[in-house]
Design a protein around this ligand. Structure first.
Ligand code: PGA
Length: 256
Protein backbone atom coordinates (compact mmCIF):
# COMPACT_ATOMS: atom_id res chain seq x y z
CA UNK A 1 0.00 0.00 0.00
CA UNK A 2 1.28 3.48 -0.82
CA UNK A 3 1.15 5.78 2.21
CA UNK A 4 0.72 9.53 2.02
CA UNK A 5 3.78 11.79 1.98
CA UNK A 6 4.39 14.30 4.72
CA UNK A 7 7.08 16.83 5.61
CA UNK A 8 7.05 18.30 9.13
CA UNK A 9 8.84 21.46 10.26
CA UNK A 10 9.92 21.21 13.90
CA UNK A 11 10.97 24.76 14.73
CA UNK A 12 11.97 23.75 18.27
CA UNK A 13 12.54 26.91 20.39
CA UNK A 14 12.82 29.22 17.35
CA UNK A 15 12.46 31.92 16.04
CA UNK A 16 12.70 34.59 18.73
CA UNK A 17 9.93 36.94 17.60
CA UNK A 18 6.33 36.67 16.40
CA UNK A 19 7.29 38.80 13.40
CA UNK A 20 9.88 36.29 12.22
CA UNK A 21 7.52 33.39 12.94
CA UNK A 22 4.77 34.95 10.83
CA UNK A 23 7.09 35.58 7.93
CA UNK A 24 8.53 32.05 7.90
CA UNK A 25 5.08 30.51 8.32
CA UNK A 26 3.60 32.40 5.40
CA UNK A 27 6.55 31.54 3.14
CA UNK A 28 6.14 27.84 3.90
CA UNK A 29 2.36 28.06 3.48
CA UNK A 30 2.80 29.62 0.05
CA UNK A 31 5.09 26.76 -0.91
CA UNK A 32 2.56 24.18 0.34
CA UNK A 33 -0.24 25.74 -1.70
CA UNK A 34 1.29 24.52 -4.97
CA UNK A 35 1.94 20.93 -3.88
CA UNK A 36 -0.08 18.04 -5.29
CA UNK A 37 1.20 14.97 -3.48
CA UNK A 38 2.80 16.12 -0.24
CA UNK A 39 1.32 17.35 3.04
CA UNK A 40 3.22 19.94 5.02
CA UNK A 41 2.97 20.45 8.79
CA UNK A 42 4.56 23.37 10.64
CA UNK A 43 5.10 22.94 14.40
CA UNK A 44 6.00 26.32 15.95
CA UNK A 45 6.61 26.82 19.69
CA UNK A 46 3.42 27.03 21.82
CA UNK A 47 3.88 30.80 22.18
CA UNK A 48 3.15 31.35 18.48
CA UNK A 49 0.36 28.83 17.90
CA UNK A 50 -2.48 31.30 18.32
CA UNK A 51 -1.03 33.43 15.50
CA UNK A 52 -1.81 30.57 13.14
CA UNK A 53 -5.04 29.19 14.51
CA UNK A 54 -6.95 29.86 11.28
CA UNK A 55 -4.70 27.36 9.46
CA UNK A 56 -7.16 24.48 9.75
CA UNK A 57 -9.55 25.87 7.19
CA UNK A 58 -6.92 27.37 4.90
CA UNK A 59 -5.40 24.59 2.78
CA UNK A 60 -6.01 20.88 2.45
CA UNK A 61 -2.38 19.80 2.52
CA UNK A 62 -1.06 22.33 5.04
CA UNK A 63 -1.55 21.87 8.79
CA UNK A 64 -0.58 23.41 12.08
CA UNK A 65 1.42 21.23 14.45
CA UNK A 66 2.61 21.43 18.06
CA UNK A 67 5.81 20.10 19.60
CA UNK A 68 4.43 18.51 22.76
CA UNK A 69 1.27 18.01 24.81
CA UNK A 70 0.34 17.25 28.39
CA UNK A 71 -0.79 13.76 29.42
CA UNK A 72 -3.81 15.30 31.17
CA UNK A 73 -6.60 17.36 29.71
CA UNK A 74 -6.78 19.99 32.48
CA UNK A 75 -5.75 20.63 36.05
CA UNK A 76 -3.01 21.91 38.32
CA UNK A 77 -0.04 21.41 36.01
CA UNK A 78 2.03 24.58 35.92
CA UNK A 79 3.65 25.19 32.55
CA UNK A 80 1.82 22.41 30.70
CA UNK A 81 -0.40 22.74 27.61
CA UNK A 82 -3.19 20.22 27.04
CA UNK A 83 -4.47 18.39 23.98
CA UNK A 84 -7.93 20.06 24.16
CA UNK A 85 -6.19 23.47 24.16
CA UNK A 86 -4.18 22.49 21.10
CA UNK A 87 -7.30 21.27 19.38
CA UNK A 88 -9.06 24.55 20.15
CA UNK A 89 -6.15 26.46 18.56
CA UNK A 90 -6.56 24.63 15.25
CA UNK A 91 -3.65 22.23 15.70
CA UNK A 92 -3.91 18.97 13.75
CA UNK A 93 -0.60 17.14 14.40
CA UNK A 94 1.40 16.93 17.63
CA UNK A 95 4.97 15.71 18.05
CA UNK A 96 5.42 13.44 21.09
CA UNK A 97 8.40 11.63 22.54
CA UNK A 98 11.03 13.78 20.87
CA UNK A 99 14.51 12.82 22.10
CA UNK A 100 15.03 16.38 23.36
CA UNK A 101 12.09 15.76 25.71
CA UNK A 102 13.07 12.20 26.56
CA UNK A 103 16.44 13.45 27.90
CA UNK A 104 14.45 15.68 30.27
CA UNK A 105 12.91 12.56 31.78
CA UNK A 106 9.98 11.65 29.53
CA UNK A 107 9.52 7.90 29.65
CA UNK A 108 7.79 5.61 27.17
CA UNK A 109 4.95 5.27 29.69
CA UNK A 110 4.44 9.04 29.74
CA UNK A 111 4.68 9.20 25.96
CA UNK A 112 1.97 6.51 25.75
CA UNK A 113 -0.31 8.65 27.93
CA UNK A 114 0.31 11.65 25.69
CA UNK A 115 -0.51 9.58 22.61
CA UNK A 116 -3.76 8.47 24.28
CA UNK A 117 -4.64 12.05 25.17
CA UNK A 118 -4.12 13.17 21.57
CA UNK A 119 -6.14 10.31 20.11
CA UNK A 120 -8.91 11.17 22.57
CA UNK A 121 -9.09 14.63 20.98
CA UNK A 122 -8.78 13.25 17.45
CA UNK A 123 -5.41 14.92 17.06
CA UNK A 124 -2.74 13.15 15.02
CA UNK A 125 0.36 12.10 16.99
CA UNK A 126 3.80 12.23 15.40
CA UNK A 127 5.56 9.69 17.61
CA UNK A 128 9.35 10.05 17.72
CA UNK A 129 11.48 6.99 18.31
CA UNK A 130 15.20 6.43 17.83
CA UNK A 131 18.25 4.85 19.39
CA UNK A 132 20.87 6.95 21.16
CA UNK A 133 23.71 4.97 19.61
CA UNK A 134 24.37 2.14 17.18
CA UNK A 135 26.27 -0.76 18.71
CA UNK A 136 27.93 -3.60 16.77
CA UNK A 137 25.63 -6.31 18.12
CA UNK A 138 22.31 -4.91 17.02
CA UNK A 139 21.12 -4.00 20.51
CA UNK A 140 19.72 -0.79 19.11
CA UNK A 141 17.06 -2.92 17.45
CA UNK A 142 15.67 -4.04 20.78
CA UNK A 143 15.85 -0.43 21.99
CA UNK A 144 13.68 0.50 19.01
CA UNK A 145 11.16 -2.33 19.36
CA UNK A 146 10.81 -1.65 23.10
CA UNK A 147 10.22 2.04 22.44
CA UNK A 148 7.60 1.25 19.81
CA UNK A 149 5.77 -1.32 21.93
CA UNK A 150 5.80 0.76 25.12
CA UNK A 151 4.95 4.11 23.52
CA UNK A 152 2.03 2.55 21.64
CA UNK A 153 0.72 0.63 24.63
CA UNK A 154 -3.05 0.54 24.39
CA UNK A 155 -3.26 1.99 20.86
CA UNK A 156 -5.90 0.08 18.90
CA UNK A 157 -5.76 -1.19 15.32
CA UNK A 158 -8.17 1.56 14.37
CA UNK A 159 -6.01 4.32 15.85
CA UNK A 160 -2.52 3.21 14.81
CA UNK A 161 -3.12 4.28 11.22
CA UNK A 162 -3.62 7.86 12.46
CA UNK A 163 -0.16 7.94 14.02
CA UNK A 164 2.93 9.06 12.11
CA UNK A 165 6.09 7.31 13.29
CA UNK A 166 9.12 9.63 13.09
CA UNK A 167 12.29 7.57 13.20
CA UNK A 168 14.99 9.89 14.50
CA UNK A 169 18.29 8.27 15.48
CA UNK A 170 19.46 10.53 18.29
CA UNK A 171 23.07 10.48 17.09
CA UNK A 172 22.01 12.02 13.77
CA UNK A 173 19.97 14.94 15.14
CA UNK A 174 21.15 18.55 14.97
CA UNK A 175 24.22 17.92 12.83
CA UNK A 176 24.87 18.32 9.12
CA UNK A 177 23.92 16.16 6.14
CA UNK A 178 27.19 14.24 6.22
CA UNK A 179 26.36 13.02 9.75
CA UNK A 180 22.81 11.95 8.87
CA UNK A 181 21.91 8.32 8.46
CA UNK A 182 22.60 6.90 5.01
CA UNK A 183 19.64 5.80 2.95
CA UNK A 184 20.66 2.12 2.92
CA UNK A 185 20.75 1.89 6.72
CA UNK A 186 17.53 3.89 6.90
CA UNK A 187 15.84 1.41 4.58
CA UNK A 188 16.95 -1.51 6.76
CA UNK A 189 15.75 0.20 9.92
CA UNK A 190 12.33 1.08 8.53
CA UNK A 191 11.85 -2.59 7.56
CA UNK A 192 12.56 -3.48 11.17
CA UNK A 193 10.12 -0.84 12.46
CA UNK A 194 7.42 -2.20 10.15
CA UNK A 195 8.19 -5.76 11.27
CA UNK A 196 7.61 -4.68 14.87
CA UNK A 197 4.34 -2.99 13.89
CA UNK A 198 3.34 -6.16 12.01
CA UNK A 199 3.85 -8.24 15.17
CA UNK A 200 1.57 -5.82 16.99
CA UNK A 201 -1.13 -5.06 14.42
CA UNK A 202 -0.81 -7.51 11.52
CA UNK A 203 0.65 -6.92 8.11
CA UNK A 204 -2.05 -4.92 6.35
CA UNK A 205 -2.37 -2.38 9.12
CA UNK A 206 1.41 -2.11 9.62
CA UNK A 207 1.82 -1.38 5.90
CA UNK A 208 -0.55 1.57 6.18
CA UNK A 209 1.38 3.33 8.96
CA UNK A 210 3.30 6.39 7.77
CA UNK A 211 7.00 6.33 8.73
CA UNK A 212 9.13 9.43 8.28
CA UNK A 213 12.80 10.15 9.01
CA UNK A 214 14.39 12.96 11.02
CA UNK A 215 18.00 13.82 11.79
CA UNK A 216 20.03 16.37 9.83
CA UNK A 217 17.85 16.33 6.73
CA UNK A 218 19.01 19.01 4.29
CA UNK A 219 18.35 19.76 0.62
CA UNK A 220 21.54 17.87 -0.25
CA UNK A 221 20.61 14.50 1.33
CA UNK A 222 16.81 14.68 1.07
CA UNK A 223 16.56 13.31 -2.52
CA UNK A 224 18.56 10.14 -1.75
CA UNK A 225 16.86 9.55 1.62
CA UNK A 226 13.37 9.83 0.12
CA UNK A 227 14.17 7.71 -2.96
CA UNK A 228 16.07 4.93 -1.22
CA UNK A 229 15.28 5.19 2.48
CA UNK A 230 11.80 3.58 2.38
CA UNK A 231 10.20 6.53 4.19
CA UNK A 232 7.20 8.72 3.35
CA UNK A 233 8.73 12.03 4.35
CA UNK A 234 10.76 13.91 6.93
CA UNK A 235 10.74 15.62 10.30
CA UNK A 236 13.03 18.58 9.81
CA UNK A 237 14.58 20.70 12.55
CA UNK A 238 17.29 23.19 11.67
CA UNK A 239 16.65 23.32 7.92
CA UNK A 240 12.97 24.14 8.53
CA UNK A 241 14.00 27.57 9.82
CA UNK A 242 14.96 28.57 6.28
CA UNK A 243 12.02 28.81 3.88
CA UNK A 244 14.41 28.17 0.99
CA UNK A 245 16.06 25.07 2.46
CA UNK A 246 12.78 23.67 3.72
CA UNK A 247 11.20 24.37 0.33
CA UNK A 248 13.96 22.41 -1.39
CA UNK A 249 13.40 19.48 0.96
CA UNK A 250 9.67 19.58 0.21
CA UNK A 251 10.48 19.60 -3.53
CA UNK A 252 12.58 16.46 -3.12
CA UNK A 253 9.64 14.67 -1.48
CA UNK A 254 7.09 15.98 -3.99
CA UNK A 255 9.32 14.78 -6.85
CA UNK A 256 9.21 11.04 -5.99
P1 PGA B 1 17.49 18.41 12.80
O1 PGA B 1 16.35 18.08 13.87
O2 PGA B 1 16.84 18.40 11.44
O3 PGA B 1 18.01 19.76 13.19
O4 PGA B 1 18.53 17.32 12.93
C1 PGA B 1 15.40 17.09 13.65
C2 PGA B 1 14.58 16.90 14.87
O5 PGA B 1 15.12 16.96 15.99
O6 PGA B 1 13.35 16.71 14.79
Amino acid sequence: MKTRKIVVANWKMNPTSAKEAKMLFSQIKRKASILKKTSVVVAPPFAFLSLFSSTKKALKNFSLGAQNTSWQSSGALTGEVSSPMLKDLGVSYVIVGHSERRVLGETDALVARKVASLLGERLLPILCIGEAERDQHGEYLSVLSNQIKSSLLGVSKRDIVNIVIAYEPVWAIGKTAKDAMDSHKLHETTLFIRKTLTEMYGRNIAEAVVIIYGGSVEPVNAPDLIKNGNVSGFLVGRASLSAKEFGNIIDAVEAV
